[in-house]
Design a binder for this molecule. Structure first.
Ligand code: ARG
Length: 627
């Protein structure tokens, strides 16, 4: 297999020695792949092991750039001697500068000139090549640098955000929204087809209560303006009335609500018309908020959308199963205690289905509706660990082939709690209020720098984006299972590992190009796909090399974050990247430098900007050019 010659119209290094095509290796999209295979090639020849085995053994190095641990091959002879002999057999080549044997380890050092040029060319090709990046074979648009095609032909269905109408959109929903959207983006960057589902809590007795409340407290205008807020207010008021003991007032209200909901269940048009209206207008408002958050859904599904037929089929099937039994009072229970998953009710004594019943029926309905799936992910708080474990176990026991353990298709992506999330005034949490407050605060900070502020085109929108970046980055900084404290002052700071700090770095990377042009008339030939004229060998500083290697590792970071379903892996990468970029400013000067040097450095910064931008986008964050 010849080395990649060109990609998206951008010529890549052409004189590189050919490398073999191996499983999971993509030379055009991942610059480090060439080097890993070159290392595997050396190790395999020198030690007499299979090249695939050698490739698996190539790990990130602390001493060199990559390391191979010789003992893992279990070869006859002393590992230390084998390593030493292998190092002696080494000849430098276009990919590898040297190898050192230390104990039983082989430490490999990449050829700086090659890794620098190949990395920058790959980033350039995938970000700026021939219009939007397009796959040469399929003519399909590609996500930018960092993506791969490992998920080609696979489908993933993801259920995330999923708030409950008329109840607060609480911190748990916010986390589900942010984490879910990022995971959906990650799968797409791995070539998967993704179906984004919002499974609304849009059915149940609370709608009967809402309808009763509506007649007493409803206001058409308020409903049109902000259904989410207004329905919540109505719900709170009617619940209060529902608690009144005097004259059995409360009981009457609940009885009326039950009648109403029964009407809905029976398909009574009048009862359904209220529900329909509340649902439609709530979705309209949700869509506005999601749009603000730069998040979208393919389907607004929900508990109401689980069809009667699927519910009936599921219940019929379950009633005959030996792990299902009817209680004396008439409720139906599933006994999952042999699996240490307790018992769970799937039918109330009045014959109505429960939350889990809809999830059971809904899973099969999704399988049929979307033409099957290779993965279905539920992004729900760890408070529902038991619920999800029960759901998956029941589906498995029902015998669905796609729900069997070894298939690994069903996945609960859980997360911990947000502690102390309230508005600064300490009132009930509304997502919009939180976002408005962060925006306001950011706007104030921006105004303190008058010159910069004057150059920002849409300060309101910019402040909003920085504010949301703060919220999102705070949320995704730690492993998702951890709880975290909602910390206003820390999250909004421009110093330390915060969202505003990342945006600030992106803006600075944008401004270095603007300034070079204004001050010295030096400009990168962006339109020109051939960057061959830029002499990347002028990039020699160790910190710059570190930066190049980080940029080169981005495709691997995308893979790791997807494998672990951890957006925090991407966030950590963003911080590493911006820290190295920050430490490069003082010696990788652009202004006032010789043109060749200025161009090489500008290209490195441009690529850093492109990679930071694509990392932020994966996290649903719009990178800013000015702020
Ligand atoms: N609406 C639910 C809640 O707020 C979350 C739904 C999660 N998805 C699911 N298929 N159960 O708790």
């Amino acid at each position: 297999v010849p080395s990649p010659e060109s990609f998206n119209g951008v010529p890549l290094l052409s004189q590189l020695p050919p490398l073999p095509q191996l499983e999971g290796i993509d030379y055009r999209r991942s610059p480090l792949d060439s080097f890993k295979v070159a290392i595997a090639q050396h190790a395999s020849t020198a030690l007499g092991v299979d090249i695939e085995k050698a490739l698996e053994a190539v790990g990130i190095g602390k001493v060199g750039d990559f390391t191979v641990a010789v003992p893992r091959f279990r070869l006859p002879g002393k590992p230390n001697d084998l390593a030493e002999k292998a190092a002696k057999d080494f000849e430098p080549n276009a990919y590898l500068a040297k190898v050192e044997a230390k104990g039983a380890f082989l430490h490999y050092f990449l050829n700086t000139s090659t890794v620098t040029k190949l990395t920058l060319q790959t980033i350039h090709a995938m970000t700026h090549g021939n219009g939007a990046p397009v796959d040469e074979e399929t003519k399909q648009p590609l996500p930018s640098y960092g993506s791969n095609r490992s998920g080609d032909g696979k489908r993933m269905v993801i259920d995330f955000s999923s708030p409950n109408i008329a109840k607060p959109f609480h911190a748990g929903h916010l986390r589900s929204t942010i984490i879910g959207a990022s995971i959906a983006n990650l799968y797409q960057a791995n070539g998967w087809e993704v179906v984004r589902l919002n499974y609304l809590g849009d059915w149940g007795k609370q709608f009967g209560l809402l309808a009763v409340g509506w007649k007493l407290f409803g206001d058409e205008k308020k409903l049109e303006e902000d259904a989410v807020q207004h329905l919540f207010d109505v719900y709170v008021q009617i619940n209060k009335l529902g608690e009144e003991k005097e004259d059995n007032k409360g009981e009457k209200i609940h009885e009326e609500a039950r009648q109403y909901f029964k009407g809905m269940e029976d398909g009574d048009q009048e009862c359904l018309s209220y529900w329909e209206k509340f649902r439609t207008l709530s979705i309209k408002k949700y869509k506005e908020t999601y749009k603000r958050l730069n998040i979208n859904f393919d389907v607004y599904s929900g508990e109401s959308q689980v069809s009667k037929e699927y519910l009936k089929d599921a219940l019929d099937q379950l009633r005959g199963a030996d792990f299902v039994s009817k209680e004396e009072n008439g409720a139906t229970l599933i006994d999952l205690s042999p699996y240490k998953l307790e018992k769970t009710m799937i039918e109330r004594k009045d014959g109505t289905p429960l939350y889990i019943t809809r999830d059971i029926a809904g899973a099969k309905q999704r399988w049929d509706t979307y033409g099957g799936f290779d993965k279905m992910i539920y992004v729900v708080a760890s408070q529902q660990d038991l619920h999800n474990a029960q759901l998956f176990k029941v589906l498995e026991l029902m015998g669905y082939p796609w729900a069997q353990k070894g298939e690994n298709r069903l996945l609960h992506v859980n997360f911990g709690m947000v502690l102390g999330m309230s508005t600064r005034k300490g009132t009930a949490v509304f997502l919009d209020t939180i976002l408005d407050e962060t925006k306001e605060k950011m706007h104030e900070v921006m105004k303190t720098n008058e010159t910069k502020y004057a150059q920002v085109q849409d300060p309101e929108r910019t402040a909003d984006i920085v504010g949301m970046t703060a919220v999102k980055i705070q949320d995704m900084s730690g492993k998702r299972i951890n709880n975290y404290n909602f910390d206003w002052s820390r999250m909004l700071s421009f110093e330390g590992d915060t969202g505003p700090y990342l945006q600030y770095n992106h803006v600075r990377l944008c401004s270095v190009e603007r300034k070079a042009k204004e001050a010295d008339g030096v400009e990168l030939p962006i339109q020109d796909l051939d960057m061959e004229s830029i002499n990347t060998d002028l990039i020699t500083e160790p910190k710059a090399r570190e930066l190049v290697l980080l940029l080169a590792s981005w495709p691997d970071v995308v893979k790791a974050a997807t494998r672990d379903h951890q957006p925090s892996t991407v966030v950590t990468f963003c911080f590493k990247l911006t820290h190295v970029v920050s430490s490069c400013w003082e010696f990788l000067l652009v202004k006032g430098q010789e043109k060749d040097v200025a161009l090489a450095r500008l290209w490195l910064f441009r690529c850093s900007k492109d990679v930071l931008g694509s990392a932020l986008r994966l996290l649903t964050i719009e990178p800013l050019e000015r702020m």
